[in-house]
Design a protein around this ligand. Structure first.
Ligand SMILES: Cc1ncc(COP(=O)(O)O)c(C=O)c1O
Length: 421
């Protein structure tokens, strides 16, 4: 059966008009051949252009010193604007609604400080049960910081579906149930463990109807599924750039603030780089924010870290997210079909089967318990099939349309089938 999937994979790859994009990336090697790399959900592969982009900045620094701020090939003073259109594209936002800065968790704190304005009557935050730990820590600490108690004000919605996913009906029910005390709904665009996709517009609408703010963690969405942050009316969103955006380990993260908050007078934690650009260097004592997302910047940005993001986003603009998503839908369906057909007696796919409810990630749970799952994961790694593991028992496989091929699933099928049977 694996042979027939191999033939189909070869035909699909040969007909794939996006296949040439793979050559834009360095593919890690295993015993002289390309790894089957499925960890774009964790750390995306290096675009070949990244090295040159960093070297150019090092050279400009060497040759120009401080003048690089104005006379560099990509002057550092307006450097964040070189990633603005790309970020707007992947976020479905207006350029003034996005900014590259800090890390995801830092941005989450900055956003919660501005948009979580608890009162005695309305102080609760709704998140999903099993949220990424950093998000939970951020939310819990913010509730405490504001003088409230997470024991009552942190509401964690349990999965209502058999695979541990959460239906929109359950989210609607929870929001309705807590409607009078909800200050903020903080939701993932794609849940990191299950791979379930949530539709931002639906959740934002429900949150707003209850009088709450709608914020999103798009760590697993950006560059994976098209999102329409502006149209969804989300209040804010944050994401990292080292996963599907392929901008390198610890890359500069992203932040979205909806245009209707561009001139907000809500409090914020301010820094000089968020000050109105026309008067920033007058060095006055009073903070006047730049309108839009850029007004939340704190510091001048790390140019060496932004350089890979710049060239990586250029690839997204070239490839176009709609075309990438189209490939992702059929490629992920092929992977799901192959895994079910060959390994279905041993493995359950936890991620919803409907294309609209998943991105490229398939979360696999091996029957027979954690130890068997972990052993399979290690066996795959040993044979150059790079997935990732999420406690307690999930193997994540994320074929990304930028550089994965259908043929990459074949070593996964062969190794897993030999191990499990
Ligand atoms: C869903 C989610 N939220 C938050 C984080 C934390 O990101 P950072 O370390 O960049 O703050 C991650 C990291 O993988 C994540 O997947």
């Amino acid at each position: 059966m694996i042979d027939s999937f191999q033939q189909r994979a070869a035909a699909l790859d040969a007909a794939d008009e996006l296949a040439p994009l793979r050559s834009e990336f360095h593919i890690p090697q295993h015993e002289g051949r390309d790894q089957a790399y499925f960890c774009g959900n964790s750390l995306g592969l290096q675009p070949r252009a990244a090295r040159q982009a960093v070297i150019e900045e090092l050279d400009d620094w060497a040759m120009l010193g401080v003048d690089g701020h104005f006379r560099g090939r990509h002057p550092w003073m307006p450097y964040h604007t070189f990633v603005r259109d790309g970020l707007a594209h992947v976020a479905g936002a207006m350029p003034s609604e996005v900014v590259a800065m800090n890390s995801l968790t830092t941005n989450l704190h900055l956003m919660i400080v501005s948009f979580y304005r608890p009162t005695r009557e309305r102080s609760a935050i709704l998140i999903e049960q099993g949220a990424f730990p950093s998000d939970r820590y951020a939310v819990e600490s913010q509730i405490r910081f504001h003088g409230f108690d997470p024991a009552t004000d942190l509401i964690e919605l349990a999965p209502d579906e058999p695979n541990g996913t959460i239906s929109i009906a359950a989210i609607a029910h929870a929001i309705e149930h807590h409607r009078d005390r909800l200050a903020l709904v903080l939701w993932p665009g794609v849940q990191y463990r299950s791979g379930e996709v949530y539709h931002l517009g639906d959740i934002a609408r429900l949150a707003h109807a209850a009088g709450a703010i709608a914020g999103f963690d798009l760590a697993h969405s950006i560059g994976n599924v098209p999102v329409n942050l502006h149209g969804s009316e989300a209040d804010f969103a944050v994401w990292c750039s080292y996963k599907y955006l392929n901008a390198g380990p610890g890359a500069v993260a992203g932040c979205f603030v909806h245009q209707r908050h561009a001139h907000t007078t809500s409090p914020r934690f301010a820094g000089w780089w968020g000050h109105d650009q026309s008067t920033r260097f007058k060095m006055g004592p009073d903070f006047v924010p730049t309108p839009g997302a850029e007004g939340w910047q704190l510091s001048n940005p790390p140019i060496l870290a932004l350089a890979p993001l710049r060239v990586s986003l250029e690839l997204f603009l070239r490839a176009d997210l709609t075309r990438l998503r189209k490939k992702s839908v059929w490629m992920t369906a092929f992977y799901a079909e192959a895994i079910e057909a060959v390994l279905g007696t041993h493995i359950d796919i936890v991620t919803p089967n409907e294309p609209a409810r998943r991105g490229c990630q398939l979360s696999l749970r091996v029957r027979g318990g954690r130890e068997r799952g972990r052993a399979l994961f290690e066996q795959l790694e040993h044979h150059g099939v790079l997935c990732d593991w999420r406690e307690p028992d999930v193997i994540r496989v994320s074929p990304t349309p930028l550089y994965n091929r259908c043929a990459d699933v074949i070593p996964l099928l062969r190794v897993a089938s030999a191990f499990l049977n």
